[in-house]
Design a protein around this ligand. Structure first.
Ligand code: NAP
Length: 461
């Protein structure tokens, strides 16, 4: 295939990636977006193989078979609640691949022709080694933390240690650029970056882990783009840049939605907030528990109902029961909508995915800004397994860990039903005065069981 044709094919695949990402911006077009991205990837892979004039396909086919097998197994086995860990692993593998590709290209160039080592080549090689390795080890720690097998490790002076490691890695990179024939420097960059990747992520609390994963996703894109410069492969440069840019945009959206500072997450800086009010102060004698029959009576006359799903709905896999409850309410003439907070659950879009799995129409899922003004006209809000995203403290206490985080203003509704198992806090670890509000009734139950119980009680009234 001629050079022009190869570049045309890469351009087509890059265009498909961009259209794919555009499709992923809306649930309705997401599946098509995914398919376009997959076709783009197929074109890129086939073009790369043709371009490289591979003589022996044995290793490539073996890699394809083993990789596809492991990938298919992981994708079908993984639980929705474990998706962040899976993404962490995939980012890590992407980073490691960039490190190996750059290292192999350097060894190759040294053997074949030193003239191949241009300034672009060697700068990109050093960048791939550094960023790719940090991504790999950082992602492994992130995976371990989410899986509960790695604990937070906060050592005094960790930030200074990290800064020193970064300076050493950068100094080694400059050395490699000056003397590209000394391959050991490349491996030294890999070793120092490995320690940096580990020590950067070890101190970061589980609370910030999804943000870290999104950041590592961005790093894996940067490493891939650098590997694209090593191989002078336009498709890899474009794809890597897309991943790098979209990862950093997602990171900043998540930071804003959780009111976290990107710098603090990046450097593992933990900001102590004022001690939150104790549970006794907030709840003491004011929480009203109700049973499903009492709640069904309250719902019987409701004209407008808003459901707020949260992490607990995912844990309990209550989405199908919730759908059945919605169908029943609608049959009885109520208008029902879902209020989706941008960081409800444990990953962006977590709630949308679960609700879509239960065939709940997308037009019922309203984003925070759209639904917030309507709570005052809402008869009943059902908060199911959500906590922080409806905690009014975010608006009222500037020293709370969630201060400034935009929340769903469910406290403005006429009545609020909260389904959760206990008064345990959510992700942020603080009590929620909503549970003690005059217009709130608590149904202490597993989310799925609670939804089914209300539905059965409603059928009986
Ligand atoms: P949350 O504040 O973490 O609260 C979840 C609640 O679900 C808990 O209070 C728990 O109470 C309840 N729960 C757990 N299992 C349950 C079950 N089987 N049945 C019923 N309830 C159950 O959840 P959220 O309101 O969705 O807020 C998300 C939090 O995660 C926010 O703080 C957000 O900043 C953070 N976060 C989100 C993302 C993201 O991308 N979405 C990323 C990072 C962090 P009980 O134990 O009493 O049942």
């Amino acid at each position: 295939m001629g050079n022009a044709l190869i570049n045309l094919a890469y351009l087509a695949s890059a265009t498909l990636f961009i259209l794919g990402i555009k499709g992923l911006t809306h649930p309705r077009t997401a599946v098509r977006g995914n398919q376009l991205g997959a076709i783009g990837m197929l074109i890129a892979v086939v073009t790369a193989l043709v371009d490289q004039q591979v003589v022996n396909y044995v290793w490539i086919i073996a890699g394809l078979v083993i990789g596809s097998g492991i990938g298919a197994l992981m994708a079908t086995r993984v639980q929705m609640t474990d998706m962040p860990q899976m993404v962490a692993l995939l980012n890590g593998f992407g980073g490691a691949a960039s490190t190996f590709v750059a290292g192999a290209a350097l060894l190759d160039a040294l053997q074949i022709d030193l003239a191949l080592i241009t300034p672009q080549f060697i700068v990109a090689t050093a960048a791939s080694g550094l960023v790719g390795t940090v991504t790999f080890w950082g992602s492994l720690v992130a995976f371990g933390k989410l899986q509960g097998i790695v604990k937070d490790v906060r050592l005094p002076g960790a930030q200074i240690f990290n800064a020193i490691l970064l300076v050493v890695a950068l100094a080694l990179s400059v050395w490699l650029i000056v003397d590209p024939t000394a391959v050991w420097i490349y491996w030294a960059i890999v070793v120092v970056s490995s320690i940096l990747g580990l020590s950067l992520v070890f101190p970061i609390g589980g609370a910030d882990m999804p943000v870290v994963i999104s950041l590592l996703n961005s790093y894996s894109g940067i490493a891939a783009a650098a590997a694209g410069f090593v191989l002078t492969n336009n498709a890899l440069i474009i794809t890597g840049s897309l991943v790098g840019a979209s990862g950093i945009i997602l990171t900043s959206i998540m930071c804003r939605a959780m009111n976290r500072s990107l710098t603090n997450v990046l450097f593992g800086i933990w900001v102590p907030s004022d001690a939150a009010d104790s549970s006794d102060d907030v709840y003491g004698g004011r929480v009203k528990a109700a049973n499903a029959e009492e709640l069904a009576m309250l719902m019987e006359t409701a004209r407008r109902v808003v459901i707020v799903p949260g992490y607990g709905m995912a844990v309990s896999q209550a989405q199908h029961a919730v759908r059945d409850l919605v169908n029943l309410l609608e049959e009885r003439g109520a208008e029902v909508e879902f209020a989706i907070h941008p960081v409800a659950g444990r990953m962006p879009g977590h709630m949308n995915v679960l609700l879509a799995e239960a065939d709940i129409p997308y037009d019922k899922m309203k984003e925070m800004d759209e639904i917030n003004p309507s709570f005052e006209q809402t008869d009943v809000v059902i908060v199911i397994g959500a906590n922080d995203v409806v905690n009014p403290v975010a608006r009222t206490n500037p020293s709370s860990p969630i201060a400034g985080m935009p929340i769903l203003n469910v406290d403005k509704a006429r009545s609020i039903i909260v389904i959760k198992r206990s008064l345990s806090p959510g992700f942020a670890g603080i009590p929620n005065p909503l549970f003690a509000a005059d217009n709130t009734l608590m149904l202490f139950a597993d989310a799925k069981k609670g939804a089914l119980d209300i539905m059965n009680a409603l059928k009986a009234v």
